[in-house]
Write a protein that binds this ligand. Sequence first.
Ligand code: FAD
Length: 430
Amino acid sequence: MENFDVIVVGGGPAGLSAAISAARAGMKVCVVERGDYPGTKNVMGGVLYTQPTNEVVPDFWKDAPLERPVIEQRYGIMSKDELFSAAYRDPAWGQPPYNAHTVLRVKFDRWLAEEAEKLGVMIVPETVVDDLLYHGDDVVGVRTTRPDGDLGAKVVILAEGANNFVAVKAGLAKPLHPDSVAVVAKEIIALPAEKIEDRFCLEPHEGATIELFGDSTDGILGTSFIYTNKDSISIGVGAMVGAMGRKGWSPNDLLENLKAKPYIKRLLQGGEIKEYLAHLIPEGGYNSVPKLYRQGVMVVGDAAMFVNGLTREGSNLATTSGLIAGKVAAEAIQSGDTSAQAMSVYETRLRDSFVIKDLYKFRNLIGLLENNPHLLGEYPEMLNQAARMYFTIDGTPKTEVFKNIMGVFTKRRGKSGLVKDMFKAWRALK
Ligand code: FAD
């Protein structure tokens, strides 16, 4: 049996960041990845944030296969035929050090794995980790599905993504619940760069993102996204598995509905579907975070439910948790103590970081939206109706317009309903 200091299960951003951080600290590291190579199995919208990635590979933007730096972020609230949207654009985001880039994970993860290899990390592809190896209660490595596939390790980092079977087997996580996981259908649609730039008002080498709520998921808790790549557009719709099942939708139905909307159709016109992908996003938030460590083991990234669905953040939480876990693993091994107590430093540092702080901040949001479906069902309609009244110039005096707009909300929700909704939202976010 080959022995390592650290074995990482899964070669996504969490696993590769953990591997790089442990290797930098002098550890002998192995990443076991079930895909043909890191990235083949991975799906993301995908917006990759600069700050955490820069900690993994400084100035990564000089070499990494990136699509476009994001200079505009648009948020839209859809009703059946209308769209109420707001955007923020900053051309400075198109220059180093950048805020975020769009990426295609199949290219990016492979590149990151090569960066890990440069530091001596061994990547073992096409290999599934089936379970942890134990000596008594102590974890001493992993069991893979290959014949003679046991690998020894002082510390194992579980970075297996949303399908966290090994963490479940190890008694750290519970099986995914349909109300805490979203399923996303995504297409990559090829379109010439000039068309993308014309349609999204971009200069060459600038990118834009659009996030849509409301009717784009038929009011189900979830979002839709449209991101510009170099010469393709990523479009996808994700919604909670449980709610989608109860409404009888499939993610593909939602995606087809979205693509048929006039505003969206125009953005994609003439494009050719290059890839269709589907993936899970663990969106249960803080209340679904599993036990994060035990003797010789830490759980990072999506496997630990580190996704902030509201702000479309996942890769950065994955990267940051990976970086912390890799460092904690190295410190524990160097001090000769890989006990649960030594691993608990991982959780302490995570709690001091934005990862747990942000998940905690939004801990009640999923429950609020799940238990109050009208917030994503009725409010988008009311908001669009109000916008139509505000922007229609037909001789109605403004005092009356504002009264009519108030009427839109009070008629549907009642004054006390509105106050209750505002109070619930305030309580969930305070
Ligand atoms: P993953 O990226 O899922 O990597 C897990 C790896 O483990 C995979 O390579 C897998 O093959 C491997 N693996 C799994 N089980 C085993 C096993 N037993 N043995 C060996 N290998 C195994 N986040 C953002 O920040 N921005 C976005 O725009 C964004 N958009 C998204 C859009 C979609 C459609 C989806 C699905 C997610 C999106 N996210 C986004 C979330 C983001 O993709 C994840 O949070 C992030 O990829 C988590 O990284 P990870 O390394 O924890 O898991």
